[in-house]
Design a protein around this ligand. Structure first.
Ligand SMILES: Cc1cc2nc3c(=O)[nH]c(=O)nc-3n(C[C@H](O)[C@H](O)[C@H](O)COP(=O)(O)O)c2cc1C
Length: 454
């Protein structure tokens, strides 16, 4: 009898330039050349690979924030960044097993371009790429893409679904064995194994096929981040990894079961999907040292920055007109990060936070799980979420780089490995192999098989 495969945790290193915390760049040992130093990025990627992380994950936005006072803006550490596909292609060349998740929006791109870019990153990296499908939470991005205002939440999602259908169709342009490249006979490829998409829909008209060959993992892994009801449906329909923000276990468990319950409607099963919430660890040999580390970074938060980052996280303006020590008022729904706005307003109500206390709570985790403690305590929290139905793994968000990632790699990962919860060695060469996700079968190949069986 074959022994059942033990369920293992999956980990992504979710890295913002200088780190997740808004004051990360002010830490004396932090990378502070935000988004301009390639060497810093190489150090982070190689550290993540040393820790056997499944992947490195880059969020994205395509605008510099021009809201709020010049004084507040001039104090922000997260202003410039590398474009994700470009930097990840370069990092693929200095790593061998680490996967790469790039965030790319369906709101301002064209599906042919995006399908091409990701298929290329997949080929360059030997099958280690993933696309984080987002609909853009930053309303200012619209101003850089020939628009006066952001598309509505509902319209963005409608476009996203058609966009993803086109991308997936393009990634099936070629059968795996389409390329013969026989110098003797002179035949380069078999035209019967090339498939023209001919998509004509409401938003896109794309003939295809894609002019990039399929990769060793079939196609890039599909990640999705968006947590409203519509966002959850998109996750259930398309996502192989769901990236989500939850502040407490009960929310995480509700989200997990809800996404899993939506899968049958889209003909999918739980083994095809991994839910990976964000996780913000602050770890040290003793609990009091961990608390000191946390408090130190919190002490570096400047008031205008704390406020401005909260405005950005929940998609509102003019919070600086309100008293810092007053309650957090009710607000109308944002057309930007709607689910995050609800999450943080709920947190403020639940924990009875003043406006400034909400700024402080948001400054590091930004709506994700906060875990302060020893390696054992942090691993306990992760194990609880993993075993009790709230997560298949985590997107670990180091507070500042490289120090917080180093702490995690050197102390929490060995603890997880010791508990048999995390790999000691990569299982495979491709991201899908390491995630334990099936290699998708090209739809045309499936049709042929079905035809042959009739
Ligand atoms: C965990 C998480 C991460 C996200 N990351 C990004 C991002 O990096 N860039 C971006 O433009 N939008 C990002 N989004 C925004 C979503 O794509 C979406 O536009 C927004 O959350 C509103 O949809 P929702 O209400 O369904 O969550 C993220 C959303 C979530 C929930």
């Amino acid at each position: 009898m074959v022994a059942p495969v033990k369920r293992m945790m999956h980990l992504g290193a979710f890295v913002h330039e200088t780190g997740q915390h808004v004051a990360a760049w002010r830490h004396p040992d932090a990378h502070y050349e935000s988004g301009t130093s390639f060497a810093d990025m190489v150090e982070v990627a190689q550290l993540a690979e040393r820790g056997k992380f499944d992947f490195l994950f880059l969020a994205d936005t395509a605008a510099v924030n021009l809201e709020g006072s010049a004084d507040a803006r001039g104090r922000m550490g997260k202003v410039v960044k590398f474009e994700p596909m470009t930097i990840l292609s370069a990092l693929a060349a200095v790593t061998t097993r680490l996967g790469f998740v790039a965030t790319s929006t369906t709101t301002f791109n064209e599906p042919y371009t995006l399908a091409r870019q990701f298929a290329s990153l997949d080929a360059i990296s030997g099958g280690r790429s993933a696309w984080n499908l987002v609909t853009s939470n930053n309303e200012q991005d619209a101003l850089n893409y020939s628009r006066d205002s952001h598309m509505s939440h509902a319209d963005r999602y409608e476009r996203a679904i058609e966009f993803a259908e086109v991308v997936l169709g393009l990634w099936d342009s070629w059968d795996e064995d389409a390329f013969i490249r026989d110098k003797e006979s002179g035949v380069f490829y078999d035209p019967s194994k090339m498939h023209v998409l001919n998509h004509k829909g409401k938003h896109f008209q794309v003939r295809g096929p894609l002019n990039v060959a399929p990769s060793p993992q079939g196609r890039p892994v599909l990640v999705q981040a968006g947590a409203s009801g519509t966002g959850r449906d998109v996750a259930a329909r398309l996502a192989e990894i769901v990236f989500t923000a939850q502040t407490v276990f009960e929310q995480g468990k509700e989200f997990y079961s809800d996404v899993m319950a939506r899968l049958p409607r889209f003909g999918r099963t739980p083994d095809e999907v991994k839910v990976m919430p964000g996780f913000y660890p602050v770890v040290a040999p003793t609990a009091s040292e961990a608390q000191e580390k946390y408090d130190y970074l919190q002490s570096l938060i400047q008031v205008p920055v704390g406020l401005s980052v909260l405005e950005h996280t929940i998609g509102v303006h003019d919070l600086d007109r309100l008293p810092l020590d007053g309650p957090v008022p009710d607000m109308p729904d944002t057309n930007g990060p709607l689910s995050r706005q609800r999450l943080l307003l709920e947190q403020a109500k639940r924990d009875k936070l003043t406006l400034w206390e909400l700024c402080l709570a948001n400054a590091g985790p930004r709506g994700h799980v906060l875990s302060i403690g020893t390696p054992k305590q942090v691993a306990d929290e992760m194990e609880h979420w993993f075993r009790d139905g709230a997560a298949d793994g985590f997107n670990v968000m180091p507070a500042w780089l490289p120090g917080s990632l180093k702490d995690f790699v050197e102390t929490v990962i060995p603890e997880l490995q010791h508990r048999g919860l995390f790999r000691k060695e990569y299982e495979g060469m491709t991201l899908r192999e390491n995630l334990g996700l099936p290699k998708p079968i090209n739809r045309h190949h499936l049709e042929r098989l079905a035809g042959a069986a009739q």
